[in-house]
Design a protein around this ligand. Structure first.
Ligand SMILES: O=c1ccn([C@H]2C[C@H](O)[C@@H](CO)O2)c(=O)[nH]1
Ligand SMILES: [Zn+2]
Length: 136
C-alpha cells in the first residue's frame, strides 16, 4: 500500500496535468499520474484528434512516456477525469484499453487511485479492475 502523503501528491499532480488535456471534441478532460517503482512520477493527459480514432487516453499517455524512457516497473496510477474545466465531481474509472495496457506492465497488486479531489478518492488493485485479464 502507498502512504497517504504519496496519494495526495499523485492526486495533486493528476489534477495539474488535467489542465493540459486536449479534449475539444468530447469536452471530457482527464489527467493521470503514474508512480514508477523508483518513485518518479510520469504524468499524462488525454489527447483527442479530429479523426477521433487517433485519440489517446491520459493513462496511456503516462505509461507511454515512462516506457519510452526505459521505465517499466510501476507502483500506482492516479486518474482524475470529468467534463468541463472545473475539478471533477465523480470518479473516472479507466477504459478497457487502458486496463489492458496496465496488465502488460503491472502486477495484480498495482494500485489504481480513482480521485475527484483530495477528499474524494477510492483505491483499487489492478486485479479488481481487470480480473482474468489477457496476457501472453
Ligand atoms: O480511461 C480513459 C477513458 C477516457 N479517456 C478520455 C478519452 C477521450 O478523450 C475522453 C472521452 O472518452 O476521455 C481517458 O483519458 N481515459
Ligand atoms: Zn483509456
Amino acid at each position: 500500500m502507498i502512504e497517504e502523503k504519496k496519494i495526495f501528491q499523485l492526486i495533486e499532480s493528476a489534477l495539474e496535468q488535467r489542465k493540459f488535456s486536449y479534449a475539444p471534441y468530447s469536452g471530457f478532460r482527464v489527467g493521470a499520474s503514474l508512480l514508477a517503482e523508483d518513485g518518479t512520477i510520469y504524468t499524462g493527459c488525454n489527447i483527442e484528434n479530429g479523426a477521433y480514432s487517433p485519440s489517446n487516453c491520459a493513462e496511456r499517455t503516462a505509461f507511454f512516456k515512462a516506457v519510452s524512457e526505459g521505465v517499466k516497473e510501476f507502483q500506482a496510477i492516479c486518474i482524475v477525469g470529468g467534463p468541463g474545466e472545473e475539478n471533477p465531481k465523480e470518479l473516472c474509472p479507466p477504459c478497457g484499453v487502458c486496463r489492458q495496457v496496465m496488465l502488460e506492465f503491472c502486477k495484480p497488486d498495482f494500485q489504481v487511485v480513482l480521485a475527484a479531489n483530495r477528499e474524494k478518492y477510492q483505491i483499487f488493485t489492478l486485479e479488481e479492475l481487470a480480473p482474468m485479464g489477457f496476457k501472453l
